[in-house]
Ligand binder design. Structure first.
Ligand code: ADP
Length: 366
């Protein structure tokens, strides 16, 4: 299926902040995905609820709704999955289809341009199909409106021909379940959000759950991974399964060359250091973002400025990097822009500078 994150290729940073960075720049963050990466991910993708680690609340809710819909022999209500990339939205959509024993069809919003694309797709779906639309916040307002009647009453009215000959045609659809995924639920209109009976937010994973995921992936890939090595990867994977799996893949090479196939904690530490992933799990782009904010010495900075300074798209910064940096308290988001927190300065080995926000905001931040 269409990959979820057609993010632009990483550009060279506009500003070199120096420091000890690995000579070769190979992205490990969530911003890159290719065919090989897709194949790797699908090998590791859990197929059933019982294989899915973590997110207990989301899992429990989905289990109940799936069971109830199956009992009634109906299509499951529409689901909206939100959360940062790599947390398991696509995986859950596929699991729901597997558990319901129905077809899965995946696409992403940027692939749907005209109403005809949507009608063509929806009319071709067998009954009760799980239709997965990734990046649904990128859907045009016009297409979003066509989806309303499709979601509520399973029809779409489309106007065909033009001028005097223009007439509406009603396309009747078979009941289906829309599973939409977004990294930016704040960008979805209220009426659209309201049409999802089952909205679920995915959270970052605990180190214990990520360790389980790394051990599970190691087993599938046939890598002998020490529990402590899995813990090391889990601690440095930005609380994200996709990154944990990617790091494991990189470390497999290190284990083969330096550990006779066994991934020890020493090899994991060395490999992760070489990959540019520091002890807190921040990668090169994370550190560049912190550096860019530090250069403004407490003045709030807009995301566009940060984007130019680090050579990355501002959408990618907001959707991929910031959620973790904010949740972990490295970056503070204020109405005037981003500022570095005391923890952020300390991470760079710098003395914290009070944010220059004016008014009473400062005292509540530091
Ligand atoms: P998203 O759609 O949110 O970007 P994906 O569902 O594509 O994320 O997950 C990325 C990768 O992480 C998948 O290959 C999957 O194997 C792995 N993964 C995600 N969540 C879990 C989980 N809870 N348990 C095990 N593996 C997971």
């Amino acid at each position: 299926m269409a990959r979820g994150f057609p993010f632009p290729r990483k550009k060279k940073p506009a500003d070199d902040f120096g420091g000890e960075e690995p000579a070769e720049e190979r992205p490990v963050g969530p911003a890159s995905a290719g065919d090989e990466e897709d194949a790797f991910e699908s090998t590791l993708r859990p197929q059933r609820f019982e294989d899915f680690v973590g997110q207990p609340r989301v899992l429990e809710n989905l289990r109940v709704y799936v069971k109830a819909a199956m009992k009634r022999g109906e299509a499951l209500d529409h689901i909206l999955l939100s959360g940062p990339p790599g947390l398991g939205k696509t995986t859950l959509a596929k699991i729901v289809a597997n558990e319901m024993n129905v077809e899965f069809h995946g696409t992403s919003a940027p692939a749907l341009k005209k109403p005809g694309d949507l009608v063509g797709l929806l009319t071709s779906l067998p009954e009760r199909t799980v239709l997965f639309i990734d990046e649904v916040h990128r859907l045009s307002a016009a297409l979003e409106e066509y989806l309303y009647s499709a979601m509520e009453d399973f029809y779409i009215d489309l106007t065909v021909d033009q001028g005097a000959a223009a007439r509406p045609i009603r396309f009747q659809l078979k009941p289906f379940t829309l599973v939409a995924a977004t990294t930016r639920d704040g960008l979805l209109s209220r009426p659209f959000q309201d049409r999802f009976g089952i909205p679920q937010k995915l959270n970052f994973y605990s180190p214990a759950d990520l360790t389980k995921i790394v051990l599970r992936s190691s087993k599938i890939l046939g890598i002998e991974t020490e529990a402590a090595a899995a813990g090391e990867i889990a601690a440095r994977a930005r609380k994200t399964p996709r990154i944990a799996n990617r790091l494991l893949r990189r470390l497999r090479d290190w284990a083969e060359v330096e550990g006779e196939g066994r991934l020890t904690v020493a090899i994991a530490q060395k490999g992760l250091d070489r990959e540019g992933v520091d002890a807190s799990g921040l990668d090169q782009m994370d550190r560049r973002i912190l550096q860019a904010l530090a250069q403004h010495k407490g003045q709030p900075v807009g995301v566009k400025t940060v984007a130019v300074m680090v050579g990355e798209e501002s959408d990618t910064i907001e959707e991929v990097y910031e959620p973790f940096l904010i949740q972990e308290g490295y970056v503070l988001k204020t109405p005037r822009g981003r500022v570095l927190s005391a923890k952020g300065y300390e991470h760079l080995g710098l003395k914290p500078i009070e944010p220059k926000l004016g008014g009473d905001e400062t005292s509540s931040l530091f």
